[in-house]
Design a protein around this ligand. Structure first.
Ligand code: ZN
Ligand code: ZN
Length: 613
């Protein structure tokens, strides 16, 4: 009866009066059991750290230091209040009665640490403490320990835990297996282990498939991600929104618009829950695969937009050279009460750059710290150098770089050198390129930059010397390739490619294109022949560049007027850029080229990059 009345009193107290009222009247006359119940009830409603510290004192005062129920509840309350450190300092001391330590208590501590990004090491630490005290982990322990290993990114640690999972016999538990796949995917080079675990799973659910597909997507193994997704469909496991987000990210990486569109219609058909994350992934995919209008429509139809949704459309517009729209979206975003993040500012500054909004760009850059609390990073400085360079303000760009409080990176130097070449500051460009080569002697594109400057100076002998130097250094060249997606299939071309089963028709088409282009006034940019073409380095190979092969293929295979979208893994060379402009006009096609740096929207003989890229 006594216990009940105290409990009733505590409930009343908790709901109406501050906690201190109850603590000021400790139940001195009741027995241990009642004290325990009072503590448990107080812990049940404890909702702040100050109240928890009061309860800590209360527990000591009542002599409940080693009461298993109270200590476990204290720990889980601390976990709910994101104060697990406070509890573990109290619970795991040398004077504690180790009989307190059970699986549930350790699971609470490990879970709490595993869920916070900067405390994952502690989760692993307490897992080791658990084993030291011979407390047996159960199937709920391992998912958290594995999650912590994934967060730390330590393959060795993950393997050790895998070993004990097998030893203790939880290796057949689906949830444990799923987190194991996730762990191996997150530990960088361990993806084949993940696949091994995945392949050996007797049963798999959408979580297992998502973990594996997501792992491939995160590691940039996008083709594997898409392939596995196809297998998932055959297996009959219904994908969830997490799977779809990963597949979309793979599509984005591959530039596979058709596949991305198919994924969208699939989510509609299967009524996959359209979370904000999924909508954002769709927006990002459409923007980065070349259909920025569709991205914008999806964005406009979203009910709840997050900072990521806004950022995706601002960056998308900027990438496509639609600077004014990007700036107005940015202003709209501010008006909607969103605080821009660092990435949104990068999108904004690059938008200003593309649209020649020099003054606006300067203003945004100078006020970003004051207005949004964002300290400029190297990318923001890079945008400003690009902005000034595009506007032809080469000297100012150089001064800007010299005054930067952080070390300029190679991208910034390369932008400056390109600006020097375009604006005829050839001597400056030459000395900057030489400096860059001294700093980064094995980077191929630095030689290309210098070589292009010499071409513009008509210093052919120096250009030849560079080529010899590169050959002597045995520089590894990244093979240039262009991908094009037609009828749900991705075709990849390399320069002079004759592996395609329709290569004969493609080469005939190339010849026809060449004749028509010459008639329209196209002159091959032969100054680029030696170096700016990476591996594609033979003069007669100029019109066999992978971009041209892909465009010829598209002209053959698609009805007149269909837009052509291609993706190049390197920067588009000047000759291909010029040829693409001619082709767009002659064949009346919109051609969208995604290269390593940006999108080129080419139509009617003009490119959205305004010939600076
Ligand atoms: Zn080319
Ligand atoms: Zn362009």
């Amino acid at each position: 009866m006594q216990v009940q009345s105290i409990k009733a009193k505590l409930f009343r107290t908790n709901n109406t009066a501050p906690l201190t009222t109850a603590l000021n009247h400790p139940p001195t006359t009741v027995n241990k059991r009642a004290a325990e119940q009072s503590c448990l009830a107080l812990l049940q409603t404890c909702d702040s750290l100050p109240k928890l510290t009061q309860l800590h004192a209360h527990i000591l005062k009542l002599g409940l230091r080693n009461n298993p129920l109270v200590i476990t509840k204290f720990t889980s309350t601390a976990s709910d209040l994101h104060a697990i450190g406070y509890a573990s300092d109290f619970v795991f001391t040398s004077d504690a009665d180790t009989r307190l330590y059970d699986t549930f208590l350790f699971n609470t501590v490990i879970r709490a640490y595993a869920q916070t990004s900067n405390t994952k090491h502690n989760a692993v630490y307490y897992y080791k403490v658990m084993l030291e005290h011979s407390v047996l982990p159960n199937k709920f322990t391992y998912p958290f320990v594995l999650k912590a290993c994934a967060g730390i990114g330590s393959l060795n640690l993950g393997k050790q835990v895998h070993g004990s999972v097998v030893k203790i016999g939880f290796d057949t538990d689906l949830h444990v297996q799923n987190t194991m796949v996730h762990m191996y995917c997150s530990c960088g080079s361990g993806v084949e282990f993940a696949r091994m675990v995945f392949d050996e799973m007797p049963v798999s659910d959408s979580v297992s498939w998502s973990a594996m597909i997501g792992g491939y997507a995160r590691l940039g193994m996008s083709t594997d991600a898409v392939e596995l997704f196809r297998r998932m469909q055959i297996s009959g496991v219904r994908p969830d929104e997490i799977t779809m987000v990963s597949v979309l990210s793979a599509c984005t990486d591959l530039g596979a618009l058709e596949l991305g569109k198919w994924v969208e219609s699939y989510t509609e058909k299967e009524k996959v829950h359209k979370s904000e994350e999924l909508c954002n992934a769709l927006i990002d995919m459409f923007a980065k695969c070349g259909d920025v209008n569709k991205a914008l429509r999806l964005f406009r139809n979203m009910k709840e937009r997050t900072i990521i949704s806004w950022t995706s459309v601002v960056v998308g517009m900027a990438m496509h050279g639609r600077g004014l729209e990007a700036v107005s979206l940015f202003e709209e975003m501010k008006g909607a009460g969103m605080v821009p993040d660092s990435i949104a500012i990068i999108g904004l500054l690059s938008a200003c750059s593309h649209s020649g909004l020099v003054e606006e760009g300067r203003l945004y850059f100078n006020s970003m710290t004051k207005d949004f609390g964002i300290v400029p990073k190297i990318e923001h400085y890079g945008c400003m150098v690009d902005l000034l360079s595009r506007a032809g303000l080469v000297k100012e760009a150089l001064e800007f770089v010299q005054k930067m409080p952080i070390e300029p990176n190679q991208i910034i130097w390369r932008t400056l050198i390109t600006a020097c070449r375009v604006n005829g500051e050839l001597n400056l460009g030459e000395s900057l390129s030489k400096q860059l080569i001294r700093n980064e002697p094995m980077h191929e594109s630095n030689y290309v930059l210098l070589s292009n400057i010499y071409a513009k100076m008509s210093r052919w002998e120096k250009k030849t010397t560079i080529r010899e130097v590169m050959e002597k250094k045995g520089m590894r060249k990244i093979p240039g390739s262009t991908m094009i997606e037609l009828d749900n299939e991705i075709h990849e071309f390399v320069a002079g490619d004759k592996t395609h089963n329709q290569y004969k028709e493609i080469y005939e088409m190339l010849d026809e294109m060449g004749r028509k282009m010459k008639r329209a006034g196209y002159v091959p940019t032969t100054s680029e022949v030696f170096l700016d073409i990476h591996e594609e380095d033979k003069e007669d190979a100029l019109n066999r560049h992978s971009e041209k092969l892909a465009i010829a293929f598209a002209l053959l295979k698609t009805p007149p007027g269909t837009p052509i979208r291609i993706m190049k893994n390197l920067r588009v060379c000047e000759d291909c850029h010029s040829a693409t402009k001619f082709i767009s006009k002659i064949y009346n096609r919109e051609i969208v080229v995604r290269d390593r740096n940006r999108f080129h929207h080419v139509s009617n003989g003009l490119c959205s990059c305004k010939d600076f890229w």
